[in-house]
Design a protein around this ligand. Structure first.
Ligand SMILES: [Zn+2]
Length: 516
């Protein structure tokens, strides 16, 4: 007698299944019941209320974005914004937050609040070195005392015990930049002994302080000495001084891996980084104290001369005024390069930049600068070479004023897989799913396997594409047909359903944590 068909909630039928592993894609079904995947591959005896015809579609695990600044969406008072549409429309179901050293040590309270408010994507939090150091040392540019170091270590331990995936640092940014390597090692060890990884916006991606290669060596040394995996956030060779150094960076990472340090990296597929006009050109000391203090310095001829001299070097490092695209909605210079604006105004490019910065300060409610820039400072050959490494995964670094927030994954697919064939489709999917889940040891995520959580993406390989660009960075991407987050449909027929099914993916309590 025939067995009765098993009832599930959804069957995704006849798609080309990339399961997140290195295995070959297969044509078949994915069955979902509740928040879990029930079956993958050969059609089984299932009945379902919803059957999705995925013929010709790619079926993959929901993408994982390990470096995001999604907070402005996730923490919005508006429930519609909290679904995190910029990421959903790329097929992303999980985002890491608290990166660059900015994550709070109050991981349980913060993640609980976020998940409880109804968010569209899963979140994975880091405890960040920035708030840790700031709570103990404020903005001080000095070494901690033994007691202060102990207080910092306790905060990192707290974050890890509450479920953080690891310690993030942004040693490029003050006050984190004031920490020596030894201090970072001592603090990172608290994450290491609790199973965390070291995730870093490294001290120098260019030629600002210790140089790109010196900085790569420092991060690897921190991982080796603290006894933990090292992950480089948005790995790149930034600026003309270090163009062509991708090969040397790769050699250093490969050597460390052979020596037993688990080193990995993520990367966004854009030649421009995102910054603000003031941060990319002005020396740090010039903006100390904020906008009013800066204006005072600009009004002093001797100080202005010093600022202009340092601006010249920063301009050179970033490839000149033609490599800086200004983005400031509503302002006449938006969408033009600094070189073009300087030309129009018949000014030296530094003086044109200062005029824009002055107007930014004068605008009501504006922060210093006010104008964002897309800084074209990466060489295509470096980006390509880094992308082809087996330890590389995809990340957006998504932040306001740069198309990477809305379009990183489809941009990588369209430009690097389909058009330029730098990597193949299976590699692109693996770099956006299973490989990333492995690096962060995510529990039952990143693969299409029975029993795993049903974060599932169905996209049309002919239509999946970015719509955002540098001038219009906030356009939603297209081509995702369906997106399931924990078994719930977040996108259907390419449209957001408004369902907010994201969860906080917290690590189970590691050993060495006090309390219940
Ligand atoms: Zn960063």
């Amino acid at each position: 007698m025939a067995r009765a068909d098993e009832a599930v909630d959804v069957i995704i039928r006849g798609g080309t299944i990339h399961d997140g592993s290195t295995g070959k894609p297969v044509i078949g079904d994915v069955a979902i019941r509740g928040d879990r995947i029930v079956a993958v591959g050969r059609p089984g005896r299932y009945t379902a209320a919803r059957i999705i015809d995925a013929k010709g579609m790619i079926v993959a695990p929901g993408f994982i974005d390990p470096h995001t600044h999604a907070d402005s969406f996730l923490r919005s008072p508006d429930a519609v914004v909290r679904v995190n549409a910029a990421w959903l429309h790329q097929g992303v179901t999980t985002v890491m937050i608290g990166v660059d050293g900015y994550g709070t040590p109050d991981v349980a309270a913060d993640s609980g609040k976020l998940a409880g408010s109804g968010i569209g994507t899963n979140i994975v939090p880091f405890v960040g070195f920035g708030p840790v150091r700031q709570r103990v040392l404020g903005q001080d540019a000095r070494a901690p005392s033994a007691a202060e170091l102990g207080a910092m270590q306790a905060l990192v331990a707290k974050g890890m015990c509450e479920g953080a995936v690891g310690l993030s640092t942004g040693l490029f940014y003050a006050p984190q930049s004031f920490a020596t390597t030894d201090e970072v090692v001592a603090v990172a060890r608290e994450a290491a002994i609790r199973g965390g990884l070291y995730d870093t916006h490294q001290r120098d991606e260019s030629s600002y302080s210790i140089g790109l290669l010196g900085s790569v060596d420092e991060a690897i040394a921190i991982g080796r000495r603290a006894g933990m995996p090292v992950h480089f956030a948005h790995l790149k060779a930034l600026g003309v001084d270090v163009h062509g150094q991708a090969g040397a960076v790769i050699a250093a990472i490969d050597a460390a891996r052979r020596a037993g340090v688990d080193v990995t990296a993520d990367q966004y597929p854009w030649l421009a980084s995102g910054s603000s006009l003031d941060a990319s050109l002005l020396p740090r000391w010039a903006v100390d104290g904020g906008g009013a203090a800066l204006l005072k310095r600009l009004d002093d001829p001797a100080t202005l001369a010093r600022i202009r001299a340092e601006m010249q070097d920063n301009l050179r490092r970033r490839g000149g005024p033609g490599a800086l695209l200004l983005i400031a909605e509503g302002f006449p210079w938006s969408g033009k390069t600094l070189a073009a604006v300087a030309d129009e105004w018949k000014l030296d490019s530094r003086d044109a930049a200062l005029r824009i910065i002055r107007q930014g300060i004068a605008a009501p409610g504006a922060k210093v600068g006010g104008t964002a820039v897309a800084s074209f400072n990466m060489a295509q050959a470096d980006v390509d070479l880094l992308m082809q490494q087996p330890w590389m995964v995809t990340a957006s670094d998504g932040s306001d004023g740069h198309p990477r927030m809305f379009a990183t994954f489809p941009e990588k697919y369209a430009r690097y897989v389909r058009d330029r064939k730098v990597i193949g489709l299976p590699t692109f999917i693996r770099q956006s799913t299973g490989r990333t889940a492995d690096i962060y040891k995510l529990d039952r995520r990143g693969y299409l396997r029975p029993g795993y959580f049903a974060d599932v993406l169905v996209f049309d390989p002919a239509a999946y594409a970015p719509r955002a660009d540098y001038v219009r960075p906030r356009e939603l991407s297209v081509g995702v047909r369906q997106l399931f987050v924990n078994g719930a449909l977040a996108l259907d027929d390419g449209r957001a359903t408004g369902v907010a099914a994201g969860r906080a993916l917290l690590r189970p309590r590691p050993p060495g944590c006090a309390g219940p």
